[in-house]
Design a binder for this molecule. Structure first.
Ligand SMILES: [Zn+2]
Length: 280
């Protein structure tokens, strides 16, 4: 595959999950072989965030995001946020996330989801870290919250920015997110049956705002449905995107990689073919 010459960034993986317990090292090695030079492994609660950092310490190609998923919002109180703030200062941490709202599953009461999200947004602004947002059937509330956040913390040092992960191009909220300065991230689900109706929205996303992700172990490419997803499958999403956009896959890989490096302040470790460290 032609994209393997480039270093792609999987901006959303869950390498801490049990699905990877038996072969985590092989999974990251396969990713490197496939041209995925950097993987951001994303925490979903305190324990998972700590595990994400441990994995990032062990694997030079892995960076961590720390946060509380809306499913875990009931566990979030001021003390938990304080601890999150402490671990977020670790040099391998590049973002707060994933945080957000999930009114589809509603595993946590909506009040708790909103509070957890507000606290994490405040923390991200304070630490000047980008946020990784999960949003399911809560777009209207989400857009209002993010609007308030962006305007509240706007300032000379304000860095209210982030990515809407697993963006579902079915709606035209893309414009609202983009206007606020957010990136939109797409995964292999853009190749699932029925996804063609989202292609117009996907084509309308500016090139400098597009990210790619696996969300592994979830959402495998169509050709691997029913199996575990992993970062080495990321080039399949690049190929799909290239086809949708009518652009060469090398160009899509280069642009989305550049966007990820910029958003997460990842420095290129020249000569080694992988990205390490954080510029702040
Ligand atoms: Zn996730």
């Amino acid at each position: 595959m032609t994209t393997t010459a480039l270093c792609m960034v999987d901006t959303h993986a869950h390498l801490d999950m049990r699905a990877f317990n038996n072969d985590r090292g092989e999974v990251t090695a396969r990713a490197l072989d496939a041209g995925v030079g950097t993987i951001i492994t994303v925490g979903t609660n305190l324990n998972s965030s700590k595990r994400a950092i441990e994995i990032a310490e062990k694997h030079p190609e892995v960076l961590a995001a720390v946060g509380f998923h809306p499913h875990d919002a009931t566990a979030v109180d001021k003390a938990a946020i304080a601890t999150l703030g402490e671990i977020a200062r670790h040099p391998r941490v590049v973002a707060i996330g994933e945080l957000g709202l999930d009114f589809y599953r509603d595993y946590s009461p909506r009040e708790a989801q909103l509070q957890a999200m507000k606290w994490q947004l405040e923390l991200a602004a304070k630490l000047e870290l980008p946020v990784i947002i999960h949003c399911r059937q809560a777009e209207r509330v989400m857009i209002d919250l993010l609007c308030d956040w962006v305007s509240l913390y706007k300032g000379p040092h304000g860095q209210c920015t982030g990515v809407i992960h697993c963006f579902n191009g079915h709606n035209d909220n893309a414009r609202r997110y983009l206007d606020m300065g957010f990136c939109l991230s797409l995964g292999a689900y853009i190749g699932y049956p029925g996804a063609a109706s989202t292609y117009d929205v996907i084509r309308s996303i500016p090139e400098d705002r597009l990210l790619i992700e696996t969300d592994c172990p979830f959402l495998p490419p169509q050709s691997h449905r029913g199996k575990r997803n992993e970062p080495s499958y990321l080039p399949l999403t690049i190929e799909l995107l290239a086809k949708i956009k009518g652009k060469p896959s090398e160009e899509v890989a280069r642009k989305t990689t550049g966007n990820a490096l910029r958003l997460f302040h990842i420095a290129k470790n020249a000569g080694k073919g992988s990205f390490r460290g954080v510029l702040r």
